[in-house]
Design a protein around this ligand. Structure first.
Ligand SMILES: Nc1ccn([C@@H]2O[C@H](COP(=O)(O)OP(=O)(O)OP(=O)(O)O)[C@@H](O)[C@H]2O)c(=O)n1
Ligand SMILES: C[C@](O)(CO)[C@H](O)COP(=O)(O)O
Length: 223
């Protein structure tokens, strides 16, 4: 069965407040995105990688690949105005209908290979596999009256990527008008009336978002 991964890195990383988009910033001397692509290439034999980056960054990416002698084969696709549009562009670049596709944030380089592998295994059987982790802290829900109420944390999960799906289904799911409730790929899939299957993610699989995350990322690499 064909196994694809769409690695989305079409954002501008405003919350990182860095000179260049966070997906190209170095950790351990190598751009974040290269760590992520390496994880997928090592986890799955013969994986076909689709990398989504802003159209204006193609030249920069080529230079970075040359500078770091980055040889992992991948197709580069132009991103869109939102994560949804970037994922859609990545999926549209895959012409086949048969197979599985993992959708993953380029800025989550610490995904465990076992999570990637399990996402494809589970999606083979159930059509989807969404990586999630349990909460460690207590949580409270804010109310309109300014008060807050206790929530039972065992009923909640933090959602990560990869989010892996049968190709034909997720391609169809993305043929809709974008809604503000589409915060990830699972919500787009569910909009079709299909239920998603959750799998255990890994706690280190953070989405590098703010400057502190970059420091934590350096620490994780040095472990
Ligand atoms: N138009 C967009 C916006 C986001 N993403 C990707 O979606 C992932 C998660 O998004 P986020 O962490 O919010 O990244 P940015 O949008 O770049 O960050 P910010 O919101 O701080 O600007 C990132 O890998 C990002 O590059 C994308 O492919 N295309
Ligand atoms: C897809 C995601 O990483 C799952 O946690 C997350 O929803 C992306 O959110 P963002 O608003 O694009 O940062």
């Amino acid at each position: 069965m064909n196994k694809y991964a769409v690695i989305v890195a079409g954002g501008s990383g405003t919350r990182m407040r860095a000179l260049m988009p966070k997906q190209y910033l170095p950790i351990g001397g190598l751009p974040v995105l290269m760590h992520t692509l390496k994880k997928f290439a090592r986890a799955i034999i013969d994986i076909k990688l689709v990398l989504v980056i802003p159209a204006g960054d193609f030249e920069l990416w080529e230079e970075l690949c040359e500078q770091h002698q980055f040889q992992i084969p991948h197709q580069v696709v132009a991103g869109g105005k939102s994560r949804f549009q970037s994922v859609k562009n990545g999926l549209n670049a895959i012409k086949e209908q048969e197979g599985l596709v993992a959708i993953h944030d380029g800025v989550r380089p610490f995904v465990e290979p076992s999570v990637i592998q399990s996402s494809y295994e589970v999606a083979t059987k159930s059509g989807s596999a969404i990586a999630v982790v349990a909460l460690k802290d207590s949580i409270r829900k804010l109310q309109d009256d300014g008060k807050s109420i206790f929530q039972e944390r065992q009923y909640f999960r933090l959602v990560q990527t990869p989010q892996t799906f049968q190709l034909a289904r997720i391609k169809k799911a993305f043929e809709v008008i974008e809604l503000h409730t589409f915060t990830d790929d699972a919500t787009v899939y569910e909009h079709q009336g299909w239920q998603v299957e959750l799998i255990e993610g890994n706690l280190e699989n953070i989405k590098i978002t703010t400057p502190e995350d970059l420091e934590y990322a350096e620490f994780l690499l040095s472990k």
